[in-house]
Design a protein around this ligand. Structure first.
Ligand SMILES: NC(=O)c1ccc[n+]([C@@H]2O[C@H](COP(=O)([O-])OP(=O)(O)OC[C@H]3O[C@@H](n4cnc5c(N)ncnc54)[C@H](OP(=O)(O)O)[C@@H]3O)[C@@H](O)[C@H]2O)c1
Length: 337
């Protein structure tokens, strides 16, 4: 089987290519090659999707399965469909749960209302200025893939992907921080929903889909869990004796300058109550179509190994530094605002 990954040099695309090589596919990855190397056994075809006719190096090639991880560009998706769609046996497009217009209501299925489509590309600055651009581009891209491939199209609306290779520093903060033990600052929102999907589980399902011709639109998410349970379990798995979770009221965290979800000086994966639906989509359709979930313990220990490879003391894109965490704990316990 010939599989093309449009991507393959970074996190999810790399995991898909790794899994396809493991199954004996002939795997081609098309990317610039600047984000990293492709897995052993895969071939890199250098392309720049920003260039006019950027996929010319793949012209006339046919693939049994194509997986496009295009993060945020409608023209990339449209050009790929135009160049390669007719010769593809199956096409997976990686979308996002960001496509849903309602971020608040838990339990939404794939039938929930979507943001308006946006048929443009976007650079990083535009993305920051318009938080719905990412969603709109994904919605427009999904439609283009369905219109071109019909029953040969799989749309995966991915939730938060975790696991080795994740350089976003979000989920990895928690195993890394908790492995250091002591008093660990956490938001006092134990009932906040959380959905995580291990990148290797997602990759295996995507490769299965290409092999079996699975079509349709699916929430690519894990079962919904509670943040308090997830953090307590990470303590059980990697916390040294005496590790203590110190819950801080969210208004106190905000007043202390701690951010939600991602970025510097944040407690990653913590979201405001009006975004609880964002991390609690219905996962039953994907689970019914073969998406399986490895034990959480395995994900946590592998993420910690990866975090150690990167260096636990490195500057992070998400989380609190030990000094920031210590200062917030001191403020909270000194009862200062
Ligand atoms: N991570 C999450 O939690 C999460 C959640 C929801 C949805 N998603 C979706 O999941 C996908 C993640 O994909 P990923 O982890 O494999 O990769 P990624 O970090 O989004 O990188 C995308 C790939 O695109 C390639 N690329 C970037 N610029 C390019 C260009 N000009 N020409 C050709 N290729 C280019 C990169 O390779 P080179 O730099 O080597 O060219 C890389 O292989 C995205 O669609 C994202 O929207 C992710």
């Amino acid at each position: 089987m010939r599989t093309l990954v449009l991507g393959g040099t970074a996190f999810l695309g790399h995991a898909v290519a790794t899994e396809a090589v493991r199954r004996g596919h002939e795997v081609v990855c098309a990317a610039r090659g600047t984000s990293g190397a492709v897995p052993d056994g895969a071939t890199l075809v250098k392309v720049d999707r920003d260039a006019p006719d950027g996929l010319a190096a793949l012209a006339e090639q046919k693939f049994d399965a194509v997986v496009d991880v295009a993060t945020m560009s409608y023209p990339w998706v449209a050009n790929a469909l135009h160049s390669l769609g007719a010769g593809a046996g199956h096409w997976t497009f990686i979308s996002s749960i960001n496509v849903y217009a309602d971020a608040e209501t838990p339990g939404q299925t794939e039938a929930a209302a979507l943001h308006k489509p946006v048929m443009s590309g976007a650079d990083a600055d535009e993305r920051i200025e318009n938080p719905y651009l990412y969603a709109g581009i994904k919605v427009a891209s999904e439609t283009a893939v369905r219109e071109t491939l019909g029953e040969r199209a799989l749309i995966v609306r991915s939730g938060l992907i975790v696991g080795p290779g994740d350089v976003s520093d979000r989920f990895g903060y928690w195993p890394a921080r908790i492995s250091r033990g002591g008093r660990v600052l956490v938001p006092a929102t134990p009932d906040q929903p959380v959905q995580l999907i291990d990148v290797r589980d997602m990759a295996a399902w995507i490769v299965n889909a290409g092999e079996q011709g699975l079509s349709g639109t699916y929430n690519g998410v894990g079962p919904t869990r509670k943040l308090g349970d997830v953090l307590a379990e990470i303590v059980r798995i990697v916390g040294p004796p005496g590790t203590q979770l110190v819950s801080a009221p969210t208004d106190r965290l905000t007043a202390a300058g701690v951010n939600e979800w991602r970025g510097e000086q944040s407690l990653p994966v913590w979201v405001p109550a009006e975004d609880y639906g964002f991390l609690a989509h219905d996962h039953s359709k994907a689970a019914g179509a073969g998406l399986t979930y490895r034990p959480f313990e395995k994900t946590v220990t592998d993420v910690l190994d990866y975090e150690r490879e990167l260096g636990l003391a490195r500057p992070r894109q998400a989380g609190l530094t030990p000094a920031e965490e210590g200062a917030v704990l001191e403020k909270l316990e000194g009862n200062q605002s």
